[in-house]
Design a protein around this ligand. Structure first.
Ligand SMILES: [Zn+2]
Length: 234
């Protein structure tokens, strides 16, 4: 119901941990709409089949939705945070895939800031592709930092991904404005599920605050910032 940043969740479904999905330690919000949870389950299974790795999932929504902890969105069951796939930074060879225990920030070259890990381009691209080609659910946005977006799209071209999927990814991957750049995780938002008529597209904008004009107090001499000038202007 409502917007991702001003909404609620009814008939929530719990995303369970299992053979193909694991929770990022410390994250406790694991409810979403049927559609979101189904998408993550299918995506986890696909990644498990292909790479023998689990999908590491951070926060979805609270069971009833609404404003939670560190998020502005994640209120209506359509948002989920996903950890990047990463490998150990090895001096020789590709490094070992690891299941992350926290989000790690990656720079424009796909190296973690602490130098210990590299952004696993092949697996992260496979993740993007799997999410965007789900047979049941359409992804509205996949938030990620602009440099990592560029790495992913370059990788997609280098492995001759189809122009259609590259286009779709280019239009869906985006660094969000005015919030953290998402250089340490993906944030997936699905479109309003069909039939959920109270689900609203876009984001909620609070009404602009009315400017309160200070009352004149003729009995007192204007003091302080802006006082005299304002009274002259009137
Ligand atoms: Zn998020």
């Amino acid at each position: 119901m409502g917007f991702p940043n001003h909404g609620a969740l009814v008939n929530a479904r719990l995303l369970s941990e299992g053979a193909s999905v694991r929770y990022l330690p410390g994250r406790v919000l694991h409810h979403g709409t049927d559609e979101l949870v189904g998408l993550l389950e299918r995506t986890g299974r696909a990644m498990q089949r292909r790479f023998a790795l689990r999908l590491t999932v951070g926060d979805l929504s609270a069971r009833g939705g609404g404003l939670v902890g560190r998020h502005r969105s994640h209120q209506s069951g359509r948002d989920a945070d996903l950890a990047f796939f990463m490998r150990t930074a090895a001096t020789r060879g590709p490094g070992r895939p690891v299941e992350p225990d926290d989000y790690k920030v990656f720079d424009r070259n796909g190296r973690s800031l602490d130098g210990q890990h590299v952004f696993d381009l092949a697996r992260n691209w496979a993740l993007v592709q799997t999410l965007l080609t789900d047979r049941l659910v359409r992804v509205e946005r996949l938030f990620v930092s602009t440099p990592l977006r560029a790495l992913l799209l370059n990788h997609a071209r280098s492995v001759n991904a189809s122009p259609a999927i590259i286009n779709l990814a280019a239009n869906t991957l985006v660094q969000p404005a005015r919030v953290s750049p998402h250089d340490n995780h993906f944030h997936v938002r699905i479109v309003c599920p069909q039939g959920d008529r109270r689900c609203l597209t876009g984001v909620w904008q609070p009404a602009p605050r009315r400017r309160v004009m200070p009352r004149r107090r003729p009995s007192r001499a204007p003091t302080g910032f802006g006082g005299p000038r304002r009274s002259n202007a009137r």
